[in-house]
Write a protein that binds this ligand. Structure first.
Ligand code: PLP
Length: 386
């Protein structure tokens, strides 16, 4: 034990982005080129992203939150509409619905996958329901076939919040090769691939892609790149109210390097997750992540759940970890418990969401985490009092 307890001389973080000299060089190159907002590197990043995912079109934006916001606008979701989504998600999932003037309707989750429980969706559909916002939570794909069948039957659009799901697979296809109408990714440093801040929308619909491209830059009829390269004087028009949701060329330059690293990132995460699974499976008081046979997890986060425990017990385990220099995080939040979304209706109807948010915790997992660090975390969990 003494060797173990001296091992974590400094705090093991729960996550850490992996950024190398190649990213530095790429960003400096972008700066020196003079293109510091959306320019040729954004276009290059979009093409490389489409090639990786295997989708028709990728539209880069400033974050996943603005990606989701724009996706809902492009699909015509607005004031008076309802959008079904999970409460067990990051708050941006619901905020983007509010941003377009619509109302989020929270659907409970499946206690095994922590994703939307398709059997609960139909009971929430009303004449106002316009779309289902599906989250592939912490990188595990949701049960899309069933959800898409429901959406088809009731004429609803499906938007995928794939913020955490880069590299995840559903039935042999990468998430983002559109199953629904649009999929939205995040490049925040807490996700697997980072550009600092950034997001991407993927689709196979060329008209939707064009609409998204226009709306992200003030609904300008000509892009900066087109104007810049025009041989004749070109004047743009603005036919509707647009947004400034652009990604910068510095971010895209970084994204291109990170995209090259992505296969390594995914391989390392899956390797470390498999080590956690193997070591923690035998603990009867812990539930390790379940992966349905038609899915491939990217382990954006590694979340375990205390069986038959309370929030206090979970917090006590986290405290013990912290005292051993291991940083953990509480489970995915429950949006309906935050001030803008609090309603008695939700606290009563979302029992599985409440259970998971109260009893799960996220363990450290990042690209350059050593196996020795991981073994120390595992040992600490083995000996944790609960
Ligand atoms: C991180 C996250 C977002 C927000 O992403 P940003 O790029 O930070 O805007 C949205 N939804 C989910 C599920 C997330 O995990």
């Amino acid at each position: 034990m003494t060797t173990l307890s001296t091992h974590a001389a400094s705090m093991i973080p729960v996550a850490r982005p992996f950024i190398g000299v190649e990213e530095e060089q790429a960003v400096v190159e972008a700066l020196r080129s003079g293109w510091v907002t959306q320019g040729p590197r954004v276009a290059k990043f979009e093409n490389a992203f489409s090639d990786y995912i295997g989708c028709g079109h990728s539209v880069a934006v400033s974050s996943c939150t603005t990606a989701l916001h724009l996706a809902l606008i492009a699909l015509g979701v607005g004031s008076g509409d309802e959008v079904i989504c999970p409460s067990l998600s990051f708050i941006a999932t619901a905020n983007c619905i509010r941003h377009v003037g619509a109302t989020p309707v929270f659907c409970d989750i499946d206690l095994v996958t922590y994703n939307l429980d398709p059997s609960e969706i139909v009971g929430l559909i009303t004449p106002r329901t316009k779309a289902i916002l599906v989250v592939h939570q912490i990188g595990l794909p949701a049960e899309m076939n069933t959800i898409l069948a429901i959406a088809k039957e009731y004429g609803l659009a499906v938007v995928e919040d794939a913020a955490c799901a880069i590299g995840s697979e559903y039935e042999g296809s990468l998430i983002g090769r559109p199953l629904g109408t649009l999929a939205c990714f995040s490049f925040h440093p807490r996700k697997i691939l980072t550009t600092g801040e950034g997001g991407m929308i993927t689709t196979n619909d060329p008209l939707l892609a064009e609409k998204l491209r226009k709306l992200r830059q003030h609904a300008m009829s000509l892009s900066d790149v087109v104007r810049h390269n025009a041989k004749q004087v070109a004047t743009e028009t603005y036919d509707e109210v647009g947004y400034n949701f652009r990604m910068t060329d510095m971010q895209a330059a970084m994204g291109l390097v990170q995209l090259d690293r992505l296969p390594d990132f995914l391989q390392r995460r899956r390797h470390l997750a498999a080590r956690y699974n193997e070591a923690l499976n035998s603990l009867s008081w812990l539930e390790v992540p379940f992966v349905p046979s038609n899915c491939r997890h990217n382990y954006q986060s590694y979340m375990v759940r205390l069986v038959d425990a309370s929030a206090e017990k979970r917090d006590a385990v986290m405290q013990q970890m912290l005292e051993k220099n291991i940083s953990t995080r509480r489970a995915i939040m429950a949006i309906h418990r935050e001030v803008p979304y609090r309603l008695e209706r939700w606290e009563k109807s979302l029992s599985k969401t409440n259970k998971v948010t109260d009893t799960a915790l996220i363990l450290p997992l990042f690209h350059d985490m050593t196996e020795a660090d991981q073994d120390y975390i595992i040992e600490t969990l083995y000996t944790a009092a609960r």
